[in-house]
Each structure stands twice: as C-alpha cells, then as structure tokens.
Design a protein around this ligand. Structure first.
Ligand code: ZN
Length: 471
C-alpha cells in the first residue's frame, strides 16, 4: 500500500471479504450510492456475509441454549399496541418506524423485549409454576431504529441491526448470580470465539446509577427498587473485581430512567492510540414489569413479591461488533466465521505431467474439503505469478488457511499449509503429508482452530461452499 492511500476502513474489509453489498459502477443500477435501494443504514449482506451470519447465529443459539437460555425468534413487525403497552411508543417514538395499513397502526420492532415478555407470560400461564425462575430467553433479534441520516456510518451506525439479545426474569435471590454469569458468558464468548482477551488489562465496567434525589421524578420506580438493583450490580461488579481484577467505575445520575446498568467496555490499543469498545450491557428495567403486570403474574404463580427484568447483550449489535472487529483485526475473522476457510493455491510449472498431478491433487482436495463441510476455493497460478497472487488474496478475501500445492509438494508427498493466527497476527507454516489422504491433515488443523467454538457451542458449525470465485 502506498503511503498516499488512505488506510482501509471496516467497510473496505467487509467488501473485500464479500461480507456486504456496496455500490459498484460495473453493474447497471448498482452504481447508486450505498443504500439507494436498501435504505440508508440498512446493510445488505452478500454471500460471504450470509455464511458469517448463519455461522455466528448458530454458535450464539447453541452457546446460550447450553447456558440455560430458551431460544426464540420473534416477528419483525408488531401491532403498534404492543409498543403502546411497553411504553416505547411514548418515550422512544422518534426512533421508531411506524406505518398504517387498513387503518391499523403497526411498528417495526425496535426492541425485542416486549415480545420476549409475551412469550414468558404465555409459558407461565400455560405451564403455571413448572417454568423455573430465573427465566432466560435469547434471540438473535433483528431490530430497526430510526437514526438521522447524517449519523449513519458503515456497519458502525446503522438503522437495521441484529442484537444478541436476552432477557432474564429473576427473583431477588438470584439477581447477583444472574448478573455475574452474564459477565462469565461474555468473557467465554470473546475469548473462545473471537480470540479477544478479557482481563483487567483489557476491560473495565461502567455502572450507570441513579441520582437518589431524582427517584420518583426522573428515575421511575421506588427507592427500594433502585437501591436493591444497584446493590445487585455493585455486588456482581465486586465479585468480578475479586475474581478477575477487573475494575468498575460508578457514574451517578447516568442510569436510564427505567433502571441502572453495567456496560462492559473493552480497551483496544492500536498504534499507541487507545479506543474504547462497548461490548455487553446488563440493564435493569422497572418499567416493563409494571406495564406487563408481571408482578401480579409472578406473585400469583410463584408467590414472589418481587421480580426483576434484566436486559442483556454480550456483543450488542452484531453489525457494529463486526465493524469494530474488522477494523481491529484488519479484516481477519475467526476460522469458523471466515467466508473463505481454505484457499488451495495450485502452482503450475509448465511441465505437463507434473501440472496434471498438481491439478488433480488440488481439485480432489477442494472436493474433499467441501464434503467435510468447509468453505474452500481453488486458485491456479504459476511460480512467477505466485507472490503477486498471494499478496492479492491476502489483502482482499483473506483466507483463514492457505494450502500450497506445487512441484515439490507432489514429488515429496506433502502440503504446505499456512493457517492465520489471530493471537499472533501472522501465519504459521505447517507441513501436512498427502498420504493416506490429505484432507485428514487439513481437518485436524481446522479442528484446532475450531476448538474454542466446540467448547462453547458443543460443535463448530460447518457450512460448506465453493468459494473459488472470490479468490
Ligand atoms: Zn430488552
């Protein structure tokens, strides 16, 4: 890259990895500015983005299910009356997309919570006391919120996004444990899936609390509710400090009007500049249980006088997370989520019998990788063109693993394999024997890269595709 060229942004990386659609002067009509057809701030994911999203959402669903969350998927639109009931139509109206059909008011879902509470009420009503508390419900929930067009930017500020959203409905005695376990889940997900260290050196907690003088006016609910919820957050933060040394900072008066919260902030250091990245949120809510009359339901079925609703996300917006991650890792993604997992580079020599062998080994290998469930592509090049081709794919589609097959490889019976390590931010060199079958050697390299995902999700999703066309 020449010095005059501006540094790539997450949008460039997302385009080069084939994660998103953007304007392209080479196709009629696609030469419009990004968002002309989709609506500004509504990212349209392309083929690589499809694999990324399906893989990620599958991991998130399995991970949460193993942690005792129930998994749901709720509609994108709702009758406006749902958001009337939740209060959003009152205090969040300026961020909502609303429309009318047949004289009926509809809303595009800006938040998943009201639907999750309806599901909770349904399960409690039909199964009475058999539904255990704390009740935990998860959705990779697609929401749409109006933001002024001037504030939109790439994947970082959008109007349509997907939250790794869950709600925990808990009685008092499980509140601290519930909050603490959200932190543990966040830590596990960041480390095992994304290779991001969560420690006292990289993360801190920000507690947004009430101003006690304004409870009842600016902060809804009773003083007892606020005191209890803030006490739970502080107790969980203390435990996180004791166990992991992670500090927390209190900000008085910064809570939302409906409850206090903890934000989990990651510090990223890049070329001496420190940036803050908000990951998870754990937010109490005194508004929704009143509006949905949950206190009455829970009292009736379980006998508890008090119940708390906690909103929580580990990544926040999947789109925004992806944008920050791409910026931070310069377009590298974890193996399980990378659009191109294996790039097979066949280096031809011009000598016919050798090239035939190289070609047949390369084609067979790609077929075997697809059968094993991987996304693989095949690229033919020559010894003279090799370094240029590798530089090109390294700066665009960024395959997770490069596999070289040339004359030396077929004659000596091995493959040169170069997996990318996110932690070391470089490739390693591994030799894998071609006999008895080359794919088992490659599979074991993949399994090593999938290990963290298997630990948190029980298995690593494999969605195969021939990705040769993006190499
Ligand atoms: Zn919520």
């Amino acid at each position: 890259m020449s010095e005059k060229m501006p540094a790539k942004t997450h949008i460039d990386f997302a385009y080069e990895l084939d994660l998103v659609v953007k304007h392209d002067a080479r196709a009629p009509l696609l030469d419009r500015e990004f968002g002309h057809y989709t609506g500004a701030g509504v990212p349209l994911f392309s083929i690589g983005g499809g694999y990324y999203r399906y893989g990620l959402i599958e991991i998130l669903a399995r991970f949460h299910a193993r942690k005792g969350y129930y998994i749901v998927e709720t509609p994108i639109i709702a009758s406006a009356s749902l958001y009337e009931l939740s209060g959003h139509l009152h205090f969040y109206k300026k961020n909502m997309f609303l429309f009318k059909i047949e004289d009926h008011d509809f809303a595009i879902k800006p938040m998943n919570c009201p639907y999750h509470i309806l599901v909770f009420m349904h399960e409690v009503a039909r199964n009475r006391g058999k539904v255990k508390l704390p009740f935990k419900i998860f959705e990779a929930g697609r929401v749409h919120r109006y933001e002024p067009s001037g504030s939109l930017y790439g994947l970082l500020r959008v109007r349509g996004f997907t939250q790794d959203d869950a709600h925990i409905i808990t009685p008092r005695e499980h509140a601290v444990e519930s909050i603490y376990s959200v932190f543990l889940e966040m830590r596990e997900l960041m480390e095992k899936l994304f290779g991001l260290e969560v420690s006292k050196d990289t993360v801190y907690l920000r507690l947004s609390l009430s101003d006690p003088k304004l409870i009842g006016t600016e902060f809804m609910g009773t003083a007892e509710e606020w005191e209890a919820a803030e006490g739970f957050l502080e107790a969980a933060a203390d435990r996180i400090k004791d166990e992991y040394g992670i500090p927390s900072y209190k900000e008085r008066g910064e809570a939302a009007f409906y409850g206090p919260k903890i934000d989990i902030i990651m510090r990223l250091r890049e070329q001496g500049i420190e940036k803050e990245w908000q990951l998870g949120t754990i937010q109490f809510d005194f508004n929704l249980p009143r509006r949905f009359r949950l206190y009455e339901l829970v009292k009736d079925v379980y006998g508890y006088d008090e119940v708390y609703i906690i909103h929580r996300a580990l990544m926040g917006s999947l789109e925004r997370f992806l944008g920050v991650y791409l910026d931070y890792y310069k377009g590298r993604l974890p193996f399980t989520l990378a659009p191109v997992q294996f790039a097979i580079i066949a280096i031809q020599t011009g000598e016919e019998p050798v090239d035939e062998k190289i070609g047949s080994v390369a084609v067979t290998l790609k077929e075997e990788l697809l059968k094993a469930g991987f996304r693989a592509g095949l690229l033919f090049t020559s010894k003279t063109g090799l370094s240029k081709e590798v530089r090109r794919i390294e700066s665009t589609s960024k395959p997770a693993i490069l596999v070289y097959i040339g004359k030396k490889e077929v004659e000596e019976g091995f493959l040169t394999v170069r997996p990318y390590s996110l932690r070391e931010r470089k490739r390693r060199n591994i030799r894998v024997p071609l006999e008895p079958d080359s794919v088992s050697g490659l599979s074991s390299i993949a399994e090593e890269l999938e290990r963290g995902v298997v630990e948190i999700a029980g298995y690593a999703p494999r969605i195969p595709a021939d990705m040769s066309y993006i190499l």
